[in-house]
Design a protein around this ligand. Structure first.
Ligand SMILES: NC(=O)C1=CN([C@@H]2O[C@H](COP(=O)(O)OP(=O)(O)OC[C@H]3O[C@@H](n4cnc5c(N)ncnc54)[C@H](OP(=O)(O)O)[C@@H]3O)[C@@H](O)[C@H]2O)C=CC1
Ligand SMILES: O=C(CO)COP(=O)(O)O
Length: 320
């Protein structure tokens, strides 16, 4: 039996560990010793209330667990991934590292697989992504995700290992498409939330979702993604979930921006930093990303939602 370690004991890491625990040997690793001790004692994570941790799930903050792992699921936020890898480079060498975070690193403008490749060249990066709220996965509700792996044989092996009767993984070799779909949909979800929060209505939200998706594809294709991946679970699928539901933190953050309200501090909102990163990437590559640029300006407080909408409507008329 392969030992799976989920690194990052937030909502998503805990949900994945709960879902996979039972028939597999699973350890949930978190960096905060006292918090992990509490988790182990109460068998419950405050970030994922109402779902008890199964008795078989091992919970630890001991870095030796990372070294013992046969495969690691990295469920840390995108802006923390480089730091996490630097802290544990030796322990993670030569292992399959499955990036579960959704974002673009703001400093390097890289997605998680390039971040992994630069930090630990001997590791084998994979991506697990797609439409899935942590609470749904933890409660055992049916979910379908994309697993991207450059090596088809390893991808097939890990697809079987990480699938369960209710967690259905589809495989691809398109790492770039999978990671960019997951990262960029958060930016569009913020735009959609801001649209609703600003009182612009559901028709405008549908327009933003569609034009935002066109931007996602435009940027991803130039970065080397396959269009079919963007049209699948990790792109369109996750965009539909995130841009339409108050279960999404990115969407809720957008709603608050639209209403001119501040958002709960400390909540992970990947799309905020990723909007800035994607806007810079677009400039560097010469790609027109008006929705992304508007979200970046909103996040930085340079404009309000009214001006963002006016700027989008004032653009020259064009073919679809
Ligand atoms: N929540 C969801 O429904 C889903 C989330 N995701 C993605 O998963 C990723 C994580 O999100 P989520 O779990 O919800 O976020 P949370 O805010 O719930 O948790 C983030 C976790 O990452 C840990 N962490 C942060 N920095 C480091 C570090 N340098 N080293 C080790 N651990 C670190 C935090 O530890 P500490 O508490 O000590 O700061 C915390 O346990 C995001 O990219 C998100 O987009 C994907 C699908 C669904
Ligand atoms: O990625 C997610 C759903 O697939 C979770 O979205 P949020 O990070 O916006 O909550």
């Amino acid at each position: 039996m392969s030992g799976i370690v989920v690194a990052g004991a937030g909502a998503f890491g805990t949900a994945l560990a709960v879902a996979l625990s039972g028939t597999r040997e699973v350890t949930l690793w978190g960096r905060d010793g006292p918090a992990m001790a509490r988790l182990s004692g109460t068998r419950s994570n405050p970030r994922l209330l109402a779902v008890p941790l199964p008795p078989a799930l091992d919970v630890t903050s001991d870095p030796a667990a990372l070294e013992r792992a046969d495969i690691l699921l990295l469920a840390v936020p995108a802006q923390a991934l480089r730091g996490f890898l630097a802290d544990h480079a030796e322990a993670l060498a030569e292992k399959p590292l499955v990036a579960c975070g959704k974002g673009i690193d703001l400093e390097t403008l890289e997605g998680p697989t390039a971040v992994i490749a630069h930090a630990i060249p001997s590791a084998r990066p994979l991506v697990l992504t797609g439409p899935s709220f942590a609470a749904d996965i933890a409660r055992g509700l049916p979910t379908a995700l994309t697993l991207a792996c450059a090596d088809p044989e390893e991808g097939t092996r890990l697809q079987a290992l990480l699938s369960t009767p209710v967690l259905r993984l589809y495989r691809t070799t398109d790492l770039v498409g999978a990671e960019l779909g997951g990262a960029l949909k958060n930016v569009v979800a913020i735009a959609c939330g801001a649209c609703l929060g600003g009182g612009f209505g559901e028709s405008a939200r549908a327009a933003l979702l569609t034009r935002g998706f066109a931007e996602m594809r435009r940027l991803a294709l130039v970065c080397g993604a396959e269009d079919g991946t963007l049209m699948g679970l990790s792109g369109l699928g996750d965009l539909v979930l995130t841009a339409m539901s108050e279960g999404s933190r990115n969407y809720r953050y957008g709603l608050h921006l639209g209403r001119g309200e501040s958002f709960e501090p400390g909540v992970t909102v990947e799309g905020a930093a990723t909007a800035l990163a994607a806007a810079r990437l677009g400039q560097r590559l010469g790609i027109d990303l008006p929705v992304t640029d508007a979200v970046a300006a909103l996040v930085e407080g340079h404009i309000d939602v009214g001006s963002a909408v006016r700027a989008l409507l004032d653009r020259p008329l064009k073919a679809e």
